[in-house]
Design a protein around this ligand. Structure first.
Ligand code: ADP
Ligand code: MG
Length: 298
């Protein structure tokens, strides 16, 4: 973002704006914030830099940001170079052995390291991990039943269902002032790899870390109703209705399901926010204004 337009704000007003962040900084000091970044929210370089700066700022004022990233568009581009096209069932990428290899190198090799680099450039100390590191994400093959007819089972290949998350490596890094950046790859009983939806990983991680907030940055203003209006607040009951009438589809399915699980498991604040808004995260954490969609357990 260019910041030229901020030159016209009087210093006094700038100071006032900064001072208004103080109660939030105090309230969230020492708290863990799990942030799902990516895929579709991370395609613009200026926004990527804003994101990295936000993460570093949160860390420097005493919060514990943990980043989980996706990589939908990047995986799609890599598959395209191999002449393959991604296929999705109920929001999950069908992952055959070749796709799994692509997923691993794009997520862990490219996307994760880009984010680590950006955060480090912004003055933080990021460390990239996959779910294999420290034995973090244990997974098994996802058994996917059809949303409409549960007697039908879909085979989505090496898509993983989380068995357990061991957050000790994340905690160790946090305590040492590092910022963990996690690729959503799990390992199975026979050391096989699993491709897990990043929203699902972020949600489960928020739960096991007892995070204060879970923020899912995406490429829409939040959850929209059929007419395209933003739904600012969603309860479990309303979510059931939106699933049933088809308002929520595609990648929004695992996102909302994960978000609701996290809210039910006691994560205080679960938000789906527009990652295309510059400094979306700072606005969410450090101002009183509500952005996007908040998910409530009841
Ligand atoms: P991300 O990379 O952020 O996970 P996804 O494509 O997986 O992005 O999920 C976000 C997408 O879900 C939106 O871009 C939109 O196309 C789709 N979507 C489906 N239903 C809704 C809804 N009710 N409101 C907003 N987005 C929705
Ligand atoms: Mg997604």
């Amino acid at each position: 973002m260019t910041t030229d337009h901020l030159l016209s704000i009087a210093p006094r007003d700038k100071a006032e704006i900064l001072a208004q962040a103080l109660p939030y900084i105090r309230k969230f000091h020492g708290k863990t914030m799990v942030i799902k970044y990516g895929g579709n929210a991370m395609t613009d370089p200026a926004l990527q830099q804003d994101f990295a700066e936000d993460v570093v700022l949160l860390k420097l004022v005493g919060m514990n940001p943990v980043v989980v990233h996706g990589g939908g568009p990047q995986i799609e581009a890599a598959l395209g170079r191999l002449g393959k096209k991604g296929e999705f069932i109920q929001g999950m990428r069908v992952t055959d052995a070749e796709t799994m290899e692509v997923v691993e190198w794009v997520l862990a090799g490219e996307v994760q390291q880009d984010i680590v680099g950006l955060i480090n450039q912004a003055g933080g100390k990021a460390v990239g991990l996959t779910g294999r590191d420290g034995g973090m994400i244990r997974a098994r093959k996802l058994k996917m039943l059809d949303n409409k007819d549960p007697s039908v089972e879909h085979d989505v290949g090496q898509v993983g269902d989380i068995v357990a998350i061991d957050p000790s490596v994340v905690k160790a890094l946090q305590d040492d002032a590092f910022i963990p950046v996690i690729s959503p790859i799990g390992f199975g009983e026979n050391n096989e790899s699993y491709n897990i939806n990043a929203d699902v990983v972020a949600s489960k991680l928020a739960e096991v870390l007892r995070a204060e907030k879970l923020m899912l940055l995406t490429n829409t203003p939040g959850v929209l109703d059929k007419a395209g209006n933003l739904l600012t607040d969603l309860t479990a009951r309303r979510i059931d209705e939106l699933f049933a009438d088809g308002t929520i589809s595609g990648g929004m399915l695992p996102k909302i399901a994960g978000a609701l699980d996290a809210a039910k498991a006691g994560v205080n604040a679960v938000h789906i926010i527009d990652g295309r808004v510059p400094h979306a995260m700072l606005l969410e954490i450090l101002t009183e204004q509500a952005y996007g969609t908040m998910i409530r357990s009841h």
